[in-house]
Ligand binder design. Structure first.
Ligand code: ADP
Length: 826
């Protein structure tokens, strides 16, 4: 309160009203304005008995302040005041809207001059009170004005009350209308205050939730929103309460029976004229069916995606079970039929992993009966789905094996069950079972349809995986067949070749294109002769291989063939034994020839030695010498044979080094011819034809000597009827050519290729009595090859033969090349 003013309540500050005084509710404010405190005190004293609120101020300015602050019944105004006098103040009071109707009484000691009185009235005074003041007159005048004010106030209050009542009635009427409308709506409707505390729920709310109006407190919705959906719902609600933006969310509301249904919740803020939030109107619309379809669709899409993503169907089915247990049911199990026909549980999933452990233990303790009338095994057996919308306590009791079992399965809280087969093209591959344990969740036909769709997709995934595995195995088998060293071919039941692997082609020299689709007897030369020799084993039986010869064109192949018959035909597998066979015959040849070749000199040596040892006959000196000579010669022949064998084996093992150097071909030829002349038969002439200036050759001179020696020796040996042997040496195109020409037996053209093979002899039975090991030409070829030379024979098979050897002339490059060859051969 302003210091300049002091207020005195006639009723006292404690509000105890004295008898005859105005009741406090109607107590009026009276403003007393006088610059002199004693005058104010006097006025207060006079007016106090009226019991009104007296506000006394000593200046016009303070008076104006008070007039702004409260409502006055009247103003008692001293006319003569310094600064602002009573008339001026009255004019100001009358100018202000708020105070213009307040009655003003002038208190004055001035003369009753008309001029003054007129000025007072014109300034807005309603009355004059002249000093000395008569208290009764003052009080009665003031009482009149207070009375007037009080009446006015009463009227105003009444009018206000009336207005309020009308408004309330109006509001009630409209609220009632809205309420009826809200109650008639199928949705849940509610209102809340600006802070979000619920103020109203419509009838649908109570019907749906089963709550009573007493239970429906300001946060009743928290109790019915699904626990999983509550945190986001509350969070979002708090956000919109703050921002005032519309609220929209999908959440599950618990129905009176305990089941949850999806709702779309919406709330909009209603604002007052000042734009502040007055209250919120909210609705919750049941979107359960739409939402389920949506969820199911997205579940099927997600599951299909998982199933298609990998060929490891066991793993994907586990993931699908987890998915189903989270979105579609509470439990999900997947059973599959193994190749041996047994049924195994591939997956078991629940929202809560602890439950899974519990269920597993339960199953271990009470394994389900595979021959039982219901359950996955039964669904797999019959191929028919099962649907139990509601699992009753009786059903549980019937399926329990004992009291403990019943207690345990009751703990699982199974409420609704369905099981669908995983149907493959030819058989049932397994079963998917779904169980709901949430209260109020019942599987129906739609769920069954969804599960069947899931089952179809899972079955496709399993079959795809199997097909892929088969294809992969086939591809693997094909790769193995392609790379295997054994020839493999398949003859179908119609007798046609359906498969011909790379080894079969390379062994026989017959291309896949030549044989596929044809009968083997037509496609494989010589097959008709050997087909009957190959035993065909039944599938699973050990196949026995048979060695058979197959004449393909010029080549004779030795094959070890085995065959197995199976439902689509016969598979033949063969191995090329030609080389082994050749080696084997070579071994036999070696034994035959070499032993014969060894036996001859040995017999001669033995005979000579035995003769020399005899003491019963006196040997002539001449004979004695000849016998000793026989022994020496035959021993040397033996040594030659052994040397040849040794050399051949060194060449085979690639352990023989050639020491290539510059050498004189003519000189080497002369030396060899000189050595041959020692044992030259009388009917054979041996001559050398060579220019004096034969260029130097690049060769191992000892080995070249051996080659020429062998060839000259053969030329003499295979001229049993005598004749001439001519050795020519000449340069030909940077090479040195040796030719050993004889007029002997000759070599038929078709044998000329083979005489260089090891142990090969034209006349193994020695019809002409010419012995040998069959190693000489082989050794020649190998030695010549090693010095980068060539050897061949020219003969018409009748009039002698010419063996030709060509070796490089000596140049720096030739030596280098030859060295390189040796090092790479080694
Ligand atoms: P060998 O003379 O010990 O039998 P070779 O390897 O030296 O062995 O010769 C292989 C075969 O080639 C001989 O058995 C012979 O039939 C034939 N042959 C070699 N040289 C001549 C030749 N100059 N004239 C006719 N036949 C020959």
């Amino acid at each position: 309160m302003n210091d300049a003013a002091h207020s005195r309540s006639g009723a006292g500050e404690a509000g105890t009203s004295a008898p005859g005084r105005a009741p406090s509710s109607l107590r009026a404010n009276i403003l007393l304005v006088d610059d002199r405190r004693e005058n104010l005190l006097a006025l207060e004293a006079m007016l106090e008995p009226l019991g009104h609120n007296l506000v006394a101020v000593t200046s016009g300015t303070d008076a104006l302040k008070e007039l702004l602050r409260r409502d006055f019944a009247c103003v008692l105004l001293d006319v003569q005041m310094p600064e602002l006098d009573g008339f001026e103040l009255a004019e100001l009071i009358k100018q202000r809207e708020r105070s213009q109707h307040i009655p003003i009484l002038f208190v004055t000691a001035l003369s009753l001059e008309e001029r003054h009185v007129f000025r007072g009235y014109s300034a807005g005074a309603v009355d004059y009170i002249f000093k000395p003041i008569e208290p009764d007159i003052l009080r009665s005048k003031i009482a009149v004005f207070v009375d007037l004010w009080q009446k006015g106030r009463q009227l105003q209050e009444q009018a206000e009350q009336l207005h309020q009542r009308e408004l309330t009635a109006l509001a009630e009427a409209s609220e009632e209308r809205y309420r009826r409308l809200a109650d008639a709506m199928p949705q849940i409707v509610w209102t809340s205050d600006a802070n979000g505390a619920a103020t109203y729920f419509n009838r649908r709310w109570f019907e749906y939730t089963g709550m009573t109006p007493e239970e429906a407190g300001p946060n009743a919705w928290h109790a019915v929103v699904h626990p999983d959906d509550l945190p986001p719902a509350v969070g979002q609600r708090e956000g919109t309460l703050y921002t005032g933006e519309p609220y929209e969310i999908e959440y599950r509301f618990r129905r009176a029976d305990g089941s949850y249904r999806w709702h779309l919740g919406r709330a909009v803020a209603m604002r007052n004229g000042a734009g502040e939030i007055d209250y919120w109107i909210g609705t919750a619309t049941d979107i359960h069916d739409r939402k389920l379809v949506e969820l199911q669709r997205s579940f099927i899409v997600a599951a299909g995606d998982v199933l298609a993503r990998s060929l490891d169907y066991r793993e994907t089915l586990r993931v699908v079970a987890e998915l189903a247990a989270g979105e579609f049911a509470d439990w999900c199990t997947v059973h599959v039929v193994e190749t041996d026909g047994s049924i195994v549980q591939l997956a078991i999933a629940h929202r809560d992993p602890a439950q899974v452990t519990f269920a597993r233990e339960l199953q271990e303790r009470y394994p389900p009966d595979p021959a039982g009338p219901t359950g996955p095994a039964a669904v797999i057996r019959t191929g028919e789905p099962e649907l139990i919308p509601e699992i009753t306590p009786e059903m549980l009791r019937a399926s329990a094996q004992d009291d403990l079992h019943l207690e345990l399965i009751e703990q699982l809280g199974l409420r609704s069950y369905l099981c669908v087969p995983l149907k493959g093209r030819e058989r049932t591959l397994g079963a998917i079972a779904l169980v709901a344990s949430e209260p109020g969740r019942r599987f129906g036909a739609e769920d069954l349809a969804l599960a069947e769709e899931l089952g179809r997709r899972a079955a496709v995934a399993i079959e795809n995986a199997a097909l892929y595995r088969e294809a992969a195995e086939r591809a693997q088998a094909a790769r193995v067949l392609a790379t295997i060293g054994d020839g493999v071919f398949l003859v179908d039941r119609g007798g046609r070749i359906r498969l011909w692997n790379a080894a079969a082609a390379s062994v026989t020299g017959l291309d896949e294109a030549e044989v596929l689709g044809r009968r083997p007897e037509a496609a494989i030369p010589g097959w008709s002769e050997v087909a009957g020799l190959v035993p065909v084993a039944a599938t699973g039986e050990a196949a026995r291989a048979e060695n058979v010869p197959l004449q393909i064109g010029e080549r004779e192949l030795w094959l070890s063939i085995s065959a197995v018959g199976y439902e689509e035909g016969t598979v033949y597998a063969f191995r090329n034994l030609t080389e082994e066979r050749a080696f084997e015959s070579m071994r036999q040849d070696l034994v035959a020839t070499v032993s014969h070749e060894l036996r001859t000199p040995l017999a001669a040596i033995y005979g000579a030695a035995m003769t020399l040892r005899r003491d019963d006959v006196e040997l002539e000196l001449d004979l004695h010498d000849r016998l000793v000579e026989v022994i020496a010669e035959e021993a040397s022949r033996l040594a030659d044979i052994v040397n040849d064998l040794l050399l051949a084996s060194q060449l085979d093992a690639n352990t023989l080094q050639a020491r290539i150097e510059r050498c004189d071909p003519r000189e080497i030829a002369e030396q060899v011819i000189a050595a041959a002349r020692v044992h030259l038969p009388g009917n054979v002439e041996l001559a050398l034809e060579a220019p004096d200036d034969v260029p130097a050759a690049a060769a191992d001179s000892a080995q070249l000597g051996q080659v020429l020696g062998n060839l000259i020796e053969n030329a003499i040996k295979y001229s049993p009827d005598g004749g001439s042997v001519t050795v020519t040496v000449e340069p030909v195109d940077h090479r040195i050519r040796f030719a050993i020409r004889d007029s002997g037996l000759g070599i038929p053209p078709d044998e000329q290729g083979r005489i260089f093979e090891k142990f090969y002899r034209l006349d193994p039975d020695m019809s002409r009595g010419i012995g040998g090991t069959g190693l000489g030409l082989y050794i020649c070829r190998e030695l010549v090859r090693r010095i980068d030379g060539r050897i061949w024979v020219e003969s018409d098979g009748r009039s002698g033969s010419t063996f030709i050897v060509e070796i490089p002339q000596h140049t720096t490059a030739a030596t280098v090349v030859a060295h390189r060859r040796i090092s790479s051969a080694a």
